[in-house]
Ligand binder design. Structure first.
Ligand code: BES
Ligand code: MN
Ligand code: MN
Length: 454
């Protein structure tokens, strides 16, 4: 193992240079004009898996391709690990807020700035390099490996769910390892005990045959923008709870040990608030900030559309309004059930005089870690050796929808160990990834795979 660590150490400049090539490909899954870039990124990654010594291929789907790499010569007695990540990235807009171009990786202050550097190309590539190091030095791996990288994580993983079902034999594994999340803080590695799920909806409100003069008609017809504002305002009660009947029915209790663990984390609410430049933190009454983030479900408007928003004043009564609304879910809430409850709620509270339609976009189930002893022990030691500090257990407010499907369909336990930091600007302008975490993290993964093979 120590030879593989030396190999990592002496090849870091090349590893980084390769990552920057990966980051230069604008693999934006949401935009059809980038279909060619999606294919290029998939082929690029498959080439690197092949060069590392895995059997690699690119599988087409009705959406973006899936990259698969396999190495199975460790034999039937060695565990099999499925490494999952995604090569698609979020759109970079607003472009004018980037200090360096999103697809031109730039090093500043020990960070590499680029879209996808943290989410998730940088983290995914660390695994590829850890495998390369082990194969280069030992000629073999201590475990069997399947690497699966998808191109549709940022748009809901629609084609990965059927893919996993259809390829269950090839994907069979004992453990799933994913690096697509954060460390707790700089220098404090972590292992996730949960991810939130998601139910994403659009609420459409339609009024008269067209926009109207707001003086000529105002006061006689329901304004869809007013109606939608009322519907949105009614989604929370005065305690910050989601005011949809039945919403909390399936929210599971957390054990005291987990809550105690959260309380013991070195977290400074005031620093969190100041870093976000906010006058105050708010949320559901009765829960701390980290509990609100990790243990409690939420409802947020993600976008609003209605009326005149250009320069100056226009006295118009818009004839439609739309809101994108999403709910972060916790165990054991089901996205489809939540969507049903929200539709019933909106239809019930919708005012007279407009038509209201709720459309379901996509969802993802929440995940709670099984915290398999062997897996967590191996990861804890590996992280401690690489970062000089034992990892903490933390939850995560974001979602990775496929994790539950992997566990259920492949009968495996997932380990989520991320190397980004909470301030890395995921999905935002100036996304970055810490180079130190890239370097140390590859070492941690070499150690993890070595330990799992023992
Ligand atoms: N890597 C993120 C999830 C994440 C975010 C983990 C922050 C840890 C910290 C992932 O790529 C993501 O953005 N997921 C989406 C899921 C959605 C598109 C179904 C999310 O959470 O919004
Ligand atoms: Mn991600
Ligand atoms: Mn993401």
């Amino acid at each position: 193992m120590s030879d593989a660590l030396d190999f990592v150490e002496s090849n870091l400049p090349r590893f980084r240079a390769e990552l920057y090539d990966f980051l230069r490909i604008p693999s934006i899954s949401a935009k059809s004009e980038h279909e060619g870039d999606m294919r290029r990124a998939a082929d690029w990654l498959a080439d690197k898996l092949d060069a590392a010594g895995l059997e690699a291929r690119v599988d087409d789907t009705p959406g973006h391709p899936i990259v698969l790499g396999r190495w199975h010569d460790a034999g039937p007695d060695a565990p099999t690990v499925l490494i999952y990540g995604h090569y698609d990235v979020q759109p970079p807009e607003p472009l004018e807020e980037w200090e360096s171009p999103p697809f031109e990786p730039t090093e500043r202050d020990g960070r590499v700035y680029a879209r996808g550097s943290a989410d998730d190309k940088g983290q995914l590539y660390m695994h590829v390099k850890a495998l390369e190091a082990l194969l280069a030095v030992d000629g073999s791996l201590p475990i069997n490996v399947v690497v699966l990288a998808e191109g549709e994580e940022e748009v809901g993983s629609d084609h990965l769910v059927p893919y996993v079902a259809e390829h269950a034999d090839e994907l069979a594994c004992d453990y799933v390892v994913i690096s697509d999340s954060n460390m707790f803080a700089e220098g404090i590695p972590s292992i996730l005990f949960s991810l939130r799920g998601l139910a994403y909806l659009e609420v459409h409100v339609t009024g008269a045959r067209s926009d109207l003069h707001s003086g000529q008609f105002g006061g006689t017809v329901m304004n869809p923008a007013n109606a939608l504002a009322g519907i949105i305002a009614g989604l929370h009660d005065s305690e910050g709870r989601v005011a949809v009947d039945g919403f909390y029915d399936d929210v599971a209790e957390w054990d005291e040990e987990t809550r105690q663990g959260i309380r013991s984390l070195p977290f400074d609410e005031d620093e969190y608030r100041r870093e976000l430049n906010l006058p105050a933190l708010v949320g559901e009454a009765g829960w701390s900030t980290l509990e609100r983030l990790w243990l409690r479900p939420t409802c947020d408007v993600n976008g609003l559309l209605s009326g005149y928003t250009g320069e100056g004043a226009k006295t118009v009564l818009p004839n439609r309004a739309m809101a994108k609304v999403s709910f972060r879910l916790v165990p054991d809430q089901e996205p489809s059930r939540v969507a049903r409850l929200v539709r019933a709620h909106v239809e019930r509270v919708a005012p007279e005089g407009v038509r209201v339609e709720v459309r379901e976009l996509h969802g993802g189930r929440p995940w709670r870690a099984k915290l398999d002893g062997r897996l967590v022990d191996a990861a804890s030691s590996a992280l401690e050796e690489a970062f000089g500090r034992r990892p903490v257990l933390q939850g995560e407010g974001g979602s990775i929808p496929i994790v539950v499907d992997f566990e259920e369909q492949l009968d495996a336990s997932a380990l989520l160990v991320g190397f980004a930091l909470p301030g890395c600007n995921l999905h935002a302008p100036n996304e970055w990834f810490p180079l130190d975490a890239f370097d140390r993290g590859i070492g941690a993964l070499v150690r993890l795979y070595g330990r799992l093979g023992k």
